[in-house]
Design a protein around this ligand. Structure first.
Ligand SMILES: Nc1ncnc2c1ncn2[C@@H]1O[C@H](COP(=O)(O)OP(=O)(O)O)[C@@H](O)[C@H]1O
Ligand SMILES: [Mg+2]
Length: 352
């Protein structure tokens, strides 16, 4: 049977560039080379597009941008190209691709931008479409749609840069509505970049400044105390949720370092919860997946409060795929090996 040509896109002009390198490395190590012809397409942090032909292990070390391994190359929006245009010594070569797997996190990858380019190009791609990607990336939009559909989230308020001009009034309003401690996050980011927990007026000011450096909009939330759990959803019209896993950060909250750098987080698969609670979590995850218009995959994250209330924290449309990431681990634990998970995702994209 003819192999399927898949372009795995990694890196990206995003604060999560390094995470993408780790995720893509795992995907490239686990993809079946019997079924797929794999093209590696890297985007530098500055936004340059390069086809990479070197060893996979250079990617995670961020040592892939070596002249002998890279050629300028980009996805063309032209449907007659249906693939990548490579530029070598001033000459352009077309490399057709069947499907793209964007292994990108955060801005310029998980937010509908590359998905828009792929729509123009009419090339199928793994994961959510433009609208669901953009909505799930923007925490104000996600909260709004979940609230509208009766899915419990933390109480929240969105703050724009200009609202800081009258900080005293903003602080009073937030204190009244959400109470200290609060969580502050950039509306469009991920991997806990720019996230802080604040306990008073001064730390609120700093937290807002930090978040607003990452994005022009911040989200402030009430602090939820409870178990942090996640489930992995996979599918198009008839999605399924894998097991529920649990994260126990040993630090104040699940920050960037706890996610990717140290061993300061314990993972439990399955989560230490009853089957009944796991069932409720999965049902809410599937409902959220549907109302948000997700396709392909999404990891949905929750808190479970002491009294059993389930609070949806956020959906992640391109979840981490690193060797320690929950999304692949949850599917492996549910009986779907890593290579088959990747193949399923690609087949969902191309409708085979
Ligand atoms: N409202 C909240 N209450 C308690 N902890 C929170 C809240 N929001 C976020 N956190 C903690 O901060 C982490 C990162 O926040 P999250 O909303 O998941 O942002 P990101 O998109 O960067 O992953 C979460 O995994 C959790 O540990
Ligand atoms: Mg998160």
């Amino acid at each position: 049977m003819k192999k399927i040509t898949v372009a795995v896109v990694f890196g990206g002009a995003s604060t999560e560039y390094e995470v993408s390198l780790e995720s893509a490395t795992s995907v490239l190590r686990n993809i079946s080379h019997e079924t797929f012809d794999v093209i590696m397409l890297g985007i530098t942090k500055e936004g340059r597009w390069l086809r990479y032909t070197g060893p996979v292990d250079r990617i995670a070390k961020n040592e892939w941008q070596q002249p002998q391994y890279v050629t300028q190359a980009f996805l063309s929006p032209d449907r007659s190209v249906h693939g990548i245009v490579e530029i070598r010594d001033g000459n352009a070569t077309v490399v057709p691709v069947d499907v793209v797997f964007p292994v990108l996190h955060g801005k310029n990858g998980e937010d509908g931008t590359i998905q828009g380019l792929l729509e123009l190009a009419s090339i199928p791609y793994v994961g959510c479409n433009v609208c669901a990607s953009a909505v799930c990336m923007d925490k104000e939009m996600t909260h709004t749609i979940l609230d509208y559909n009766g899915i419990r989230t933390a109480k929240w308020h969105a703050i724009k840069q200009w609202e800081l001009t009258d900080f005293d009034a903003t602080e009073a309003m937030l204190r009244e509505k959400l109470h200290y401690p609060m969580f502050i996050k950039p509306a469009n980011a991920g991997s806990s970049v720019g996230v802080s927990k604040v306990t008073d007026k001064e730390s609120l000011r700093k937290g807002l400044e930090t978040a607003l450096q990452v994005d022009s909009k911040a989200i402030v939330e009430e602090c939820i105390i409870g178990q942090e759990v996640e489930t992995a959803v996979l599918g198009n019209q008839d999605p399924k949720a894998a097991l529920v896993g649990e994260i126990v950060p040993k630090v104040e909250f699940y920050d960037y370092d706890a996610k990717y750098k140290d061993d300061s987080t314990d993972l439990y698969i399955p989560a230490r919860i009853s089957d009944e609670t796991a069932g409720r979590i999965k049902a809410i995850a599937l409902k959220a997946y549907k109302v948000l218009g997700c396709m392909g995959m999404t990891r949905v994250d929750f808190f479970i409060q002491k009294d059993g209330t389930i609070v949806l924290n956020e959906p992640n449309t391109i979840p981490g795929f690193t060797s320690i990431s929950m999304y692949p681990k949850l599917w492996i634990a549910a009986g779907l090996p890593y290579d088959q998970l990747i193949e399923t995702l690609i087949r969902l994209a191309i409708g085979q």
